[in-house]
Design a protein around this ligand. Structure first.
Ligand code: FAD
Length: 772
């Protein structure tokens, strides 16, 4: 029998080797596990990276890879535990970098014992506001099990809709024990196997055909830790409290003297600890010297019990970037637009119309783009496209001042990896091009509005001089401060700049911002037109997002992209009833790229009936559907066309009934068979298209009134139903109403009704395109 031990091949009796390796000496090689992630916006990736960093403190080696880097891992031969961390995107789709992996494991030709040797744990990230919660994680899990893999730790389903940490924190806490337990079990399984082999080998000559067995030996510390390892699977549920999670924290008091603002020297104290328990400062008022009574908590201060609690804060993320500014002129042109211009199209906006009346609560704008210069930009109804917007100039300027770098704004930013960084998988952000100015980086590359994650808050603590502010930042990133984090940071979408303004003694270096701020993402919008009806044009409609004032934000602000578009088109904006502009003004231009959606499409068979549910700006893709249908009817006068239904809703008939004339025109021409409209804030009893005097506020109420027709179309006529718009409430309410309708119409129980609806979803006859 041949063993590979710490890189050396030895020929020894098995029992002797195991005893020697596990107990007689401290081992140099820590046991390994494989850590794979699939991530769309970086959330799953950053959790995986955090785990990889923590692994060493648990005496483990994490082999971290993105699922798309197939050359870095080999599940077919893997004999170490495998941990998957995967998010879900769009309508339950895998993230782009997990697509190939999911495709591969879904292959029907794989035998049912394909992954018999595999031990896995899985963390799925999702958002219950969207359809198909954690769908990618569920698909991977189902296939792993179908292919014989064994779960060594219960799957965590973390819900961004209520806060990932509710499930994430206890899941992460329990993971280490589970990995060690799995390793220990795998080692003892192997020992059993090897012992049996060894007994055999004493009976005859060593079997040179036996496979090499690679041992990842437990270190002495792990031998000790493993004593307490119990069952291999622990249940993680939303209700699992952080307190019940296994304690892996190191207790370290945080009674350090006040440091000068921005002192980088603070960083060393807790670096590398799995997590740190800090105690409350003796009093919150001690530093200020003036006793004060806090009556209400806010972003900046807390109340008991939090203000008096010991805290469990995350481990300090290791820094990994060296950033310097060089006094070299960068080209002026770079400031003008996004970098990857080859893949983007710069298009003029010949028409911009405000669809809502001035006194409406929301402002909805209609924009027409002239895409005639790009014939390859053909789109289908149901497709969306990305708009690339810069950060607000005033906020970039504020950030430059806040970092003390305003005078260096035109300097070139040079970014390198720190040579001795402990961060696993560290890389220079690929979305920051070389040879560009600081002003460009802050304008086009980084989402400076992003909501600071807990790891970022933790890192900011190290650059905060004032003790009271340090303590508050620690609270906000701690387990105990989760409610405050949600209330003051997450829910109001507090930006990093707003946070830095509230904590004036916090002076992070530029490198920290580049490490923690995500890529500035383009914003997608649904096409509200058909190429057949408007060749060379692309229409879209959006609400200007208004974020209200809150603790840490003295005045409300607009959404980044919608606020930018609003300012851009304001000089050429037309209002309902106002004549077209004289056309003298230069047309504003924006950068866009197409995002085809292969499933949210009207049925290709024209005779199939379909139902559209799109309140507010959710009506956008259906305008495209109906324009296309109108053209098809003109071009195929003899064809049979299925019924079309549109359920639309808004606040007031006279203020925000978007596309009213066009929709009524579709009804007159017969393109739209049924238009059902409801007004949530009008007091009249009779709604548009409703015979019933019942009060219908929302689209789901109107759906219920047409229950028999709708279920007939879906269940008997093989029709389709499309839902578009607000993910937070509407899509959920519509989903529940559909279940209720199926239940009533078919006289089945809730579970059966849910199954029927899930079946429609699988057949791609119930489709959602939702956002918010
Ligand atoms: P941000 O600065 O990014 O957002 C600030 C905050 O506002 C965020 O925290 C977010 O939670 C919240 N927020 C985001 N969107 C909304 C909203 N609609 N109402 C209230 N709060 C919000 N939007 C449209 O108006 N029309 C469309 O046709 C459309 N199509 C989309 C298609 C797809 C596939 C997707 C994923 C999204 C679509 N959206 C659409 C949403 C759009 O991409 C933006 O998210 C939205 O316009 C806000 O962007 P912003 O940069 O102005 O706000």
């Amino acid at each position: 029998m041949v063993f590979r031990l710490m890189g050396t091949i030895l020929r020894q009796p098995v029992s002797h080797l195991l005893k020697f390796a596990m107990c007689s000496m401290p081992c140099e090689v820590n046991p390994r596990f494989v850590l794979l992630y699939g991530s769309q916006k970086g959330q799953a990736q950053s959790i995986a990276e955090g785990l990889a960093e923590e692994a060493e403190e648990h005496g483990l080696v994490a082999e971290l890879s993105c699922l798309e880097h197939k050359e870095k891992y080999n599940l077919e031969k893997e004999n170490a535990p495998v941990v998957f961390i995967v998010s879900t995107t769009g309508d339950g789709e895998p993230p782009d970098n997990a697509l190939q992996f999911v495709k591969c494991i879904k292959k029907k030709t794989l035998p049912t014992d394909h992954y018999k040797h595999l031990s896995y744990a899985l963390l799925a990230l999702g958002d219950t506001n969207y359809a198909n919660f954690c769908n990618c994680g569920k698909i991977i899990e189902r296939r792993l099990q179908e292919l014989g893999a064994k779960q060594f730790y219960a799957t965590g389903y973390a819900d961004d809709g209520v806060g990932l940490e509710v499930v994430l924190d206890p899941w992460l806490d329990g993971l280490w024990k589970a990995i060690k337990s799995a390793l220990s079990k795998m080692a003892s399984d192997r020992t059993g196997y090897l012992n049996a082999e060894a007994v055999d080998s004493t009976k005859g000559t060593p079997d040179s055909s036996s496979p090499d067995v690679q041992l990842n030996l437990l270190s002495i510390t792990d031998c000790q830790n493993c004593d307490s390892v119990g069952g291999s699977v622990e249940t993680v549920s939303k209700s699992a409290s952080a307190a019940s999670a296994p304690a892996t924290q190191t207790a370290v008091s945080d009674h350090r003297p006040d440091a000068s603002a921005g002192s980088p020297g603070l960083a060393s104290q807790s670096h590398g600890a799995a997590s740190v328990t800090t105690s409350a400062p003796e009093t919150q008022t001690k530093d200020a010297g003036v006793p004060c009574v806090i009556l209400a908590s806010s972003l900046k201060c807390s109340l008991p019990p939090l203000s008096e609690s010991s805290l469990n804060v995350p481990a300090l993320p290791p820094s990994y970037l060296d950033v310097s500014l060089q006094e070299v002129d960068t080209t002026e042109e770079q400031i003008i637009g996004p970098f990857n211009k080859e893949t983007l199209h710069e298009v003029p906006i010949p028409r911009a119309v405000q669809l809502t009346r001035g006194d409406s609560v929301k402002t909805a704008l209609f924009l027409e783009l002239d895409i005639s210069a790009y014939p390859m930009m053909t789109y289908q109804p149901g497709d969306s496209f990305d708009v690339f917007c810069p950060n607000r100039a005033t906020e970039v300027e504020d950030m430059l001042h806040r970092l003390g770098l305003y005078d260096q704004r035109n300097h070139r930013v040079d970014i390198y990896l720190c040579k001795d960084t402990k961060k696993k998988g560290a890389q220079v952000p690929p979305y920051i091009p070389k040879n560009i100015s600081l002003l460009y980086v802050l304008t086009w590359c980084l989402e400076i509005r992003s909501i600071p994650k807990k790891a970022f808050l933790r890192a900011l603590v190290e650059h905060t001089g004032d003790n009271v502010q340090r303590r508050r930042l620690q609270e906000l990133c701690s387990k105990q401060g989760t409610a405050d984090y949600n209330l003051y940071v997450r829910d109001p979408s507090l930006s990093v700049l707003e946070l830095l303004t509230a904590f004036p003694s916090c002076s992070p270096p530029l490198s920290l911002l580049i490490e923690h701020l995500p890529k500035l993402q383009p914003r997608p919008y649904s096409a509200a037109s058909s190429c057949l009806m408007y060749p060379g044009k692309l229409h879209f409609v959006f609400n200007v997002v208004e974020l209200p004032a809150c603790s840490g934000r003295p005045a409300g602000r607009r959404g980044l992209c919608t606020g930018w578009l609003f300012d851009l088109i304001n000089p050429v904006l037309l209002f309902p009833g106002k004549d077209e502009s004289s056309g003298r003004m230069a047309l504003p231009k924006i950068h866009v790229s197409l995002r085809p959606n292969c499933s949210f499409r009207p049925p290709s068979d024209l005779s199939v009936p379909f139902i559209m549910v799109g309140p507010g700006t959710g009506v956008a893709p259906f305008i495209g559907f109906l324009q296309q249908r109108e053209k098809e009817r003109l071009e195929n006068p003899g064809a049979t066309f299925g019924e079309t239904w549109l359920f639309f809703g808004c606040r007031h008939r006279d203020h925000d009934f978007l596309f009213r004339e066009e929709l009524e025109g579709f009804v007159s021409s017969g393109t739209l068979s049924h238009l059902k409209v409801c007004f949530s804030r009008d007091d009249q009893l009779e709604e548009e298209g409703n015979d019933s005097a019942a009060r219908c506020r929302y689209v789901q109420h109107n759906l219920r009134l047409s229950s028999q027709h709708v279920t007939d179309i879906l269940l008997k006529q093989k029709g389709c139903l499309y839902v578009c718009g607000d993910a937070k409430n509407m899509a959920k309410d519509v989903n529940e109403t559909l279940i209720e309708m199926i239940r009533t119409e078919l006289q089945v129980d809730q579970l059966e009704a849910m199954k029927r609806l899930a079946g429609l979803r699988e057949e791609k006859r119930y489709l959602q395109d939702i956002w918010g």
